[in-house]
Design a protein around this ligand. Structure first.
Ligand code: GLU
Length: 501
């Protein structure tokens, strides 16, 4: 079987070709990322194609979400929607005439045939194969119909699908990830390429577009492994009828991603949803960094790198064939490390939309809010793993005083007599304090609570923290109090004092 390897470098063309159904998920993004990195590594072309020939399942909303997601992630494409290119259009829904023409030519050349078998007949065939202990698959009844028999079925008005006529041979390829692969002919039956209603199927449109778009390397998920022998055969047929340039792409199948409980991560698992990562405030840099590690590594122990570095280092030979485990904790930790690479102004810019969504910051940020953020964001950067956590951590500084509330569980702590003693002592100490800065606050509180009340530091400041921040855990207390300012701090302690009851 012929399998030419195209030239190196700029001739290399890869594609990411999702179907726009549902929401973008991480498995899909991993595939996009690996194709992108491969193309960038070799200076090739990254084609983005939309496989939207299934009108019943594809949606415009999902199409737009795909584009927007790739843009958000920074995975730029060289050809595709909104960008154009020499082989467009890049939405399969706009390429119907091409598929109709290719299907007809495959039929005319004998690479495809009409199949009139009904669902019941097909079921009976499957039964018979099972009973005979043979691999299931179409028994080729219609492939060998003579003209008369075919005409008779047409005259009866029997609807026909179009089936591809598989050549009688076994199929082999050298998978870029998995090494030598082989499928016996019995496992690759004649398959449907066009529905009764004339709609072309994935089995046709995907290899046709790969051929027409001069795709040289196909990197895709392992779930598509069994499509490859069919597509190898289709390529040969397409070359025979002059569709494309006759080059069969090289195939590489990316390993499965395993989720909880050692089963495949499913699109429906919450940790699959790209939207979830965006809502929680993962950085595109952090998420991509983690997804890169699902089956690939730079070759040393390094687990922290950006897209440019990944593109520089990405060798397909380093993609691992064994399943990758999806570890949300690790993904989150890497994201936290990414957050800590951001400069203060950059981190503030990224946090702002979350604070605005939570109505803590006005759409046009006020000078006061800006100065609070300037001072407070460095206090939380160390502990931030995802941007949305900033809402909880900074809320007490930004919230209107009228809206400030203590968390219900902390109310109870605050109401205890020991807490009330702390609050009262803090109030009198702080009222007397002239220089309102973190160090001075710490000093007078320490004197009043640790020395004065004889509390252990651990217990001394808890009630103050609750009164000031409303929470048990907060950014560093004394600095926070300095930022919040004298009046607001005293007012909150006074409010806390009135909560006895
Ligand atoms: N549209 C197909 C999918 O989303 C593409 C598969 C392929 O890469 O060949 O599964």
């Amino acid at each position: 079987m012929s399998q030419m390897t195209p030239a190196n470098g700029t001739d290399i063309r890869v594609r990411f070709c999702p179907s726009p159904t549902g929401n973008p998920h991480v498995g899909m993004i991993r595939t996009a990322l690996f194709n992108w990195a491969f193309a960038r590594h070799v200076g090739g072309t990254f084609v983005f194609r939309i496989e939207d020939t299934d009108a019943a399942r594809d949606t415009q909303e999902s199409y737009l979400a795909l584009l927007e997601s790739l843009r958000w992630l920074g995975l730029d494409w060289d050809e595709g929607p909104e960008v154009g290119g020499a082989y467009g259009p890049y939405r399969q829904s706009e390429r119907g005439d091409i598929y109709a023409d290719v299907a007809q030519r495959l039929l005319d050349a004998g690479h495809a045939y009409e199949c009139f078998c009904t669902a019941e007949e097909l079921e009976a065939q499957r039964e018979a194969a099972r009973a005979a202990g043979k691999a299931p698959g179409y028994d080729r009844t219609c492939r060998y119909l003579d003209h008369a028999a075919r005409d008779a079925r047409r005259t009866e008005g029997r609807p026909a699908v179009l089936r591809f006529a598989m050549p009688d041979q076994d199929w082999e390829w050298d998978d870029m990830v998995r090494g030598p692969m082989r499928f016996g002919r019995e496992h690759v039956p004649d398959y449907v390429i066009r529905r009764v209603n004339g709609d072309p199927l994935y089995t046709l449109v995907n290899p046709v577009d790969d051929a027409l778009m001069r795709i040289t390397h196909v990197l895709r998920g392992e779930d598509l492994l069994s499509s490859t022998p069919r597509q190898l055969a289709m390529y040969e047929a397409l070359a025979d009828i002059g569709v494309g340039d006759g080059v069969t792409p090289r195939f590489g199948h990316l390993p499965y991603v395993m989720g909880e409980g050692n089963r495949k991560l499913s699109k429906r698992d919450p940790e699959s949803s790209l939207a979830m990562y965006r809502e929680l405030g993962y950085l595109p840099e952090g998420l991509l960094n983690y997804l890169a590690l699902l089956g690939w590594s730079p070759g040393d122990d390094r687990e922290f790198f950006d897209l440019t570095e990944m593109a520089r280092l990405f060798e397909i030979s380093r993609v691992n064939a064994s399943p990758a485990r999806f570890d949300l904790k690790k993904c989150t930790a890497i994201n936290g490390d990414w957050i800590r690479t951001l400069s203060r102004p950059e981190l503030i810019e990224r946090i702002l939309p979350f604070l605005q969504d939570a109505d803590l910051v006005a759409d046009s940020v006020t000078a006061l809010q800006r100065s609070i953020l300037d001072e407070a964001v460095p206090l939380i950067a160390e502990r931030l793993e995802v941007l949305s956590q900033a809402v909880g951590m900074l809320g007490f500084l930004l919230v209107d005083d009228a809206d400030f509330v203590v968390e219900p569980e902390q109310e109870e702590v605050l109401a205890q007599p020991e807490s009330q003693e702390v609050v009262a002592a803090s109030l009198s100490a702080l009222r007397a304090l002239e220089d309102w800065d973190g160090e001075a606050i710490q000093m007078v509180l320490r004197t009043a609570l640790v020395d004065g009340l004889g509390r252990k530091p651990k217990h001394a400041f808890g009630p103050v923290r609750i009164a000031i921040t409303g929470r048990r855990v907060s950014p560093p207390l004394f600095e926070s109090m300095a930022i919040l300012g004298r009046d607001r701090c005293l007012a909150r302690l006074e409010a806390a004092q009135r909560q006895v009851g």
